[in-house]
Write a protein that binds this ligand. Sequence first.
Ligand code: ATP
Ligand code: MG
Length: 494
Amino acid sequence: FCQSLMNSIFPPELRFAFLKCFNRVFQLFSSFCYFDITEIDGVNTNELYNAVQIYLSSSVSIAGNRLSLTRAINSSSITFGLSNNDSIVDTFNAVTVVWEHIVTQRQTQTFAWRPMPEEKRGFTLRIKKKDKNLILDSYLDYIMERAGEIRRKNQDRLLYTNSRGGSLDARGLPWESVPFKHPSTFDTLAMDPAKKKQIMEDLTDFAECQSFYQKTGRAWKRGYLLYGPPGTGKSSMIAAMANYLGYDIYDLELTEVKSNSELRKLLMKTSSKSIIVIEDIDCSINLTNRNKKQSTAESYYEQETLTGSGLGGLGEDSGNGNTITLSGLLNFTDGLWSCCGSERIFVFTTNHIEKLDPALLRSGRMDMHVYMSYCTFPSLKILLRNYLGYEEGDIDDGVLKEMEEVVDKAEMTPADVSEALIKNRRDKDRAVRELLEELRRRAERNEKNGKMRGQNGRLIVADDVEEQEKRALDSPYAEEEEEIEDSICKNSDD
Ligand SMILES: Nc1ncnc2c1ncn2[C@@H]1O[C@H](COP(=O)(O)OP(=O)(O)OP(=O)(O)O)[C@@H](O)[C@H]1O
Ligand SMILES: [Mg+2]
């Protein structure tokens, strides 16, 4: 009725002006004020939007009339959310507020410089004007805090990966996510207990010491380089870290990233409290000790493009126009852009640390270097406990002693040991017997082949030793390489 009345009274050109005026007057007399929290704020995802969504989904008892239920594939929990254009009432410090969820379709014909999501979503918060100053700040802080807690406690971690060829999903994000349910924890991880403890303490210190990072003027981030032979638990360690801290994982597939600027965009769209992982970094990009002309770290910045001699995906012949550079990658982890969020952990893994560029290894860049070793006796005991339920007293002392003697020489990876134990897990005695036989066999073979373990557990065949030593002396990085000693060598905070 109003509409037709207005149409008949006002000529079309005045209608819009009238509506605007009417709205102003209405707002003047209204006792409410409104706050819009849109999902995408300019280029960034609005963390507040996600927080509100999680917060509201936990306060479902509050009396919503209609709620949408979602259960993501493989997810264990059901999420409640507000249906489109529905509202929910919440109370905070005895003040009542109303949340409305508004979803509109973006018009497809709209011209945009960059692809936009198909849907525009947002929450509108309605507060009485008189309550605004009373609660607004503390209410929003409270929501952020609660959302963080809820997410860490109830929700599964998310595992993100960058979409193929840098395409965007329906919500305009370059990352695709699935619920992350890796069962690996520091309990199940077989490694030297002292080393494990050191890493766990480092992680705890990192997560709890925001003030330390502020005081020292450091960006709140930390880098770990995990290296070691295949099957020694590098990926398992990342999963354990994520489960321990309750962080999401961003698994960055470098070969899908076309340029440094794309890399930067990906970084911008990661959330805080996350682990950003680049696996097998030596294969993703050419980060080797290149020719000696570039012996200073600075010269890497001058060199624009490192493609063309890639070890793996980005080789000269790949012809896919990739222009990711080492300097781009270093900026990604280290530069100003790396701080456009906080509380982030970078983890790089490699099977060949000797192939990595010293620029990547210098202290302050990867704060901790962790060598994931072949199965040692303490790791073996952890695996026996986890897979067979054996404690130390349950196994014959003689067998244990023999295992202790051969396990280092056998150089079996924890993955191989687990495999041997899984195979016979119904018959525990047999499992132990066969494992011991396998350890003996491998130890003998290694002894016969004259294999011995070099520094950092690097395998060196006897004949090569001399040559290796000579090469190390020639290398301009000999000193640096030596620094990467033992299992964990650098901890820049020390
Ligand atoms: N340290 C370990 N503790 C417990 N289990 C392990 C360990 N290392 C390996 N495993 C077992 O072996 C499997 C493979 O290990 P994982 O994928 O973590 O190795 P990786 O070091 O990442 O190997 P790659 O270098 O090939 O990526 C895991 O699923 C796990 O069950
Ligand atoms: Mg792995």
